[in-house]
Design a protein around this ligand. Sequence first.
Ligand SMILES: NC(=O)c1ccc[n+]([C@@H]2O[C@H](COP(=O)([O-])OP(=O)(O)OC[C@H]3O[C@@H](n4cnc5c(N)ncnc54)[C@H](OP(=O)(O)O)[C@@H]3O)[C@@H](O)[C@H]2O)c1
Length: 256
Amino acid sequence: MAALARSVLVTGSNRGIGLELVRQLAASPRPPQHIFATCRDPGGPRGKALQDLAAQHPIIKLVQLADTVNLPSIRGAVRPVGSHLKDQGLNLPINNAGLSSHAMLHSLDSQEMLSVFATNAIGPLQVAKEFLPLLEKAAKGSGQEGLSCSRAAIINVSTKLGSIGLCLGVRQAPMYPYRASKAAQNMVTRCLAAELQDKGILCTAIHPGWVKTDMGTEKAPLTVEHSVRGILSVLASLSQDTSGAFLEWEGNSLPW
Ligand SMILES: NC(=O)c1ccc[n+]([C@@H]2O[C@H](COP(=O)([O-])OP(=O)(O)OC[C@H]3O[C@@H](n4cnc5c(N)ncnc54)[C@H](OP(=O)(O)O)[C@@H]3O)[C@@H](O)[C@H]2O)c1
C-alpha cells in the first residue's frame, strides 16, 4: 500500500490522539517522508514522549506551535516546515489540537466559552489559512487528479458532540463551550471544502470516537491505538466524494 501522504503535520502531538497519530504514521510499513509533530513546547518536559518517539524515527521533525490561536506562533511553525520541505508542498495538515470544557448552563462563563471557541474553531481555520500556500504547492506538484490525502488535504478532528443533528439524543452532556465550538469547527470544514476543492485540496471532519486520553478519560470505551488505526484507514480512503463530509473513525457518516 502507498504512503498515506508524502508529508503530514499534526497539531497537539505531545499527548493523546495527536501523539498516537505520529506514532502510527512513523511505524507504518510505508511511512510519510516527513512527519511534522507540532506542540507548544517540543523541547520541554511535556514533549518528552514525543522526543523519545522522534529519537527512534528520524522522519519525525518536532516543530514548536505554541498556540494554534496565535498567528505569530502559527507563522513561526510554517517557516521551518516550508524550509524543510524545500520545493515540495505540505500534503496533509491534521488539526488535532483541541480543548474540552464541561461547563453547563449554570456554570457557564463567557471567558471560558471564548477560549474554547478560539482553540476549537478559530485555531483550525488559522492553521489552514497559514499553511495554504504549502498545501497549494503540494496540490499542484502532485501530478495527481481528484482529491485525496496523498495529494493535499486538511483534516479537522471534530466530535460527534458537535453534531447539531444528533444533539437531542445526548441531553445528558450539554457542554456548551465544547459542543458549540466544534459545531462551528464543522462549518469551517464545510466552507474550506467548498472553497478549496477547485484548488485540488480536500477537507474532511473526523470524529475519533470516545477515546481514553486526558480529554476522553479512562471511562472511554476506545483505546487511542484502536481509534487512530481507524482514523488512518479512513484518511487513506478519502476522495472527492468525502471531501466536506463528517465521518467517524470507522468511516461512517455523521449528521452535521
Ligand atoms: N478523547 C476523546 O474522547 C475525543 C472525542 C472526540 C473528539 N476528540 C478530539 O480529538 C482531539 C484530540 O483530543 P485528545 O483526546 O487527544 O485530547 P488531549 O489528550 O486533551 O490533548 C489535546 C492536545 O491539544 C493541545 N492543545 C490544546 N489547545 C491548544 C492550543 N490552543 N494550541 C496548541 N495546542 C493545543 C494540547 O497541548 P498541551 O498538552 O500543551 O495542553 C494536547 O496536545 C481534540 O480536537 C478533541 O476535541 C477527542
